[in-house]
Each structure stands twice: as C-alpha cells, then as structure tokens.
Design a protein around this ligand. Structure first.
Ligand code: GLN
Length: 308
C-alpha cells in the first residue's frame, strides 16, 4: 500500500471542505486561526512516518489531551476511577451541564469536559506529594509518549481559557457540590486548561499515540506505559465517546477509535498497525474538525484499514 499516495489524494479531496467549517471562537486565542490549514500524519508501529500538508504546524491539542490524562489516571486508580467517572457515551455536547445535575455529579465518561475535570482532580490528589504537579506529570507523560521534550503549552491559550472559562468552572462547581472533586475548583480548572493548551503538530501526535496501537507499550522503544487491558479500555472509550454527541457518526464513518479537540486536531488508532493525526481547524457543529473527519473516513475507505 502506498500511504504517501493515499495522503496526497486525501489532501486534494478535502480542499473544497476547508471553507465549510467554523473555527472555534469561544476564546480569542483560537478565533484567529487560519481555517485553510490542513495536515495529516501517519506513524507506523515500525516507526516509518508519512505526512502531507501542514503536518508540522503546531496547534492547540485541547481535548486530545484527555486521552493522556485519562491514561495516567487509569494507571493510578485502575477500576476505582469508575466510581467517579462513567464509561458510557453522553449523547450531549462536550461542555453540557444538564446530564451532570440529574446524574448526581458523576460525568458519563472521561472524554467530555466534566469527566476530564474529574480526571484532573484525581491526578492532583495522586501527585500531591510529588515534585512535579499533576499538569507537569501529564506534560512529561506526553513528552515521553512522543519522545520529544520540546513539547509545551501555550500560555496565551491558557490565559484566554481562564478568562472565558465560565462553563467549565460551572461544571467543576456543580461536581464539587456533589462531592466529586477533592481539590479546590481553581486548582483543578487551572490544571485542566493547562493541559488543553498543550501544543503539538500532527507528526508528534501520531508518534505519541502509538502506545495505544501496541497494547499500551511504545512499539518503537518497547517501553510499557500501561497494560494491554487498559489500552483496550482507552481505545474502546475513544471509539464510543471520543467525539461527544458525534461519536456514533465518527465510528460509523471512520471505523476507528479516535479523539478530537476544538483546536481542530483528531487522532485515530489502528491497533497493531499505526496511529494517525489530522489537523484542520474549521469545525462541524459538534466541535470536531470537519475536513479532519472526512480525511479519516477517506483514509479507512481507501486503505481498507479499520477495526471492522
Ligand atoms: N478547552 C476546551 C473546553 O474546555 C476543550 C473542549 C474540546 O476540545 N472539545 O471547552
């Protein structure tokens, strides 16, 4: 299979779609991003790499960070984590408050905002006596997954999130009122927004996700991050919950575990084979990259590679 040719073909086919989506505008730091950008990267479990377009453009990974923080929390708490956060699709937008009230402050899954906020809280508690705080642990884990210590977060995106974070702060307060947050709302929210503001490009993201394509271990270095059963659970949740209320549509069209972020990135995993990252900041109405979703659909259609 000629992956280079497939990526070039996808690049051409998505061009008309770039004008159709809408860049995230809930914070000024993301609103001014060039909507015509498109990049895609594939890293095989062998380490072989393929990229097209703006695959080296760094962008805000936003909710893709939830995969990394959930990995750390699952490693730390195992089954106990599910007492505080569920594992069912929510069928609601990523920042919805509604369900959280009638489900007594227990978020449906770790990939909606409320769930990721609980995960941050659990990591703050877990790393309380550590030299590195929970966010620094998450960042250091991302760097280790990617084998790249240059990865960092964007201070201006973080500050913008803090300034306009009303809804996320409301989610955190609601959960605090149900006794599902151990730490201060301010501290938890700061950690959450720092991880959302991490910047990576498609090449780095496709490399960083490889542990989920090889049962929890980095297939290139052999380093084990989590066990195979935990990797299975994370992939399953990416398939069922990785795109919020559009998770069913993504699974239907792409047929892979995937996770999106409002920065315009999407990662997808083909267990045993490769990880893929795509970036195109114009979003569909569920807050997922419009051209990015199409690109992944084209990839699995053209290569015949999906988990089904
Ligand atoms: N920072 C964003 C928020 O909390 C992340 C959401 C997302 O990427 N879907 O609203």
């Amino acid at each position: 299979m000629n992956i280079d040719a497939v990526l070039k073909d996808i690049y051409t086919q998505v061009q008309p779609l770039l004008a159709q989506g809408k860049v995230a505008d809930y914070i000024p730091a993301l609103a001014n991003i060039d909507a015509s950008t498109f990049g895609m990267a594939v890293t095989l479990n062998t380490g072989e790499f393929f990229g097209v377009g703006d695959y080296q453009n760094a962008f805000s990974i936003q909710s893709i960070s939830k995969v990394f923080s959930f990995t750390l929390a699952l490693r730390a708490y195992r089954q106990d984590l599910y007492q505080r956060v569920g594992r069912e699709p929510s069928g609601d937008p990523f920042n919805s408050l509604v369900q959280l009230e009638y489900e007594a402050g227990i978020p449906r899954n770790p990939f909606i905002n409320a769930g990721a906020i609980v995960v941050c809280d659990s990591l703050i508690t877990h790393y309380a006596n550590n030299q590195l705080n929970a966010f620094e642990q998450t960042l250091s884990f991302i760097r280790a997954c990617c084998h790249d210590d240059s990865i960092n977060f964007d201070q201006s995106v973080f500050e913008s999130e803090m300034q306009y974070g009303y809804l996320n702060i409301a989610l955190a307060n609601l959960m605090k009122s149900f006794n599902n947050l151990d730490n201060d709302v301010d501290q938890v929210i700061k950690n959450y927004f720092q991880q959302c503001a991490v910047e990576m490009n498609c090449q780095q993201l496709s490399r960083a996700m490889l542990y989920l394509a090889d049962h929890g271990s980095d297939p290139i270095t052999g380093r084990e991050f989590i066990n195979g059963s935990q990797a299975k659970r994370i992939n399953s949740l990416m398939l069922t919950c990785g795109h919020y209320d559009a998770s069913g549509d993504f699974a239907f069209r792409v047929g892979l575990p995937g996770k999106s972020g409002v920065g315009g990135g999407i990662v997808a995993v083909i267990p045993g084979k490769m990880a893929i990252a795509v970036y195109s900041p114009a979003l569909n109405k569920s807050g997922n990259s419009l051209a990015g979703t199409k690109a992944l659909e084209l990839f699995t259609t053209m290569t015949g590679l999906s988990i089904f």
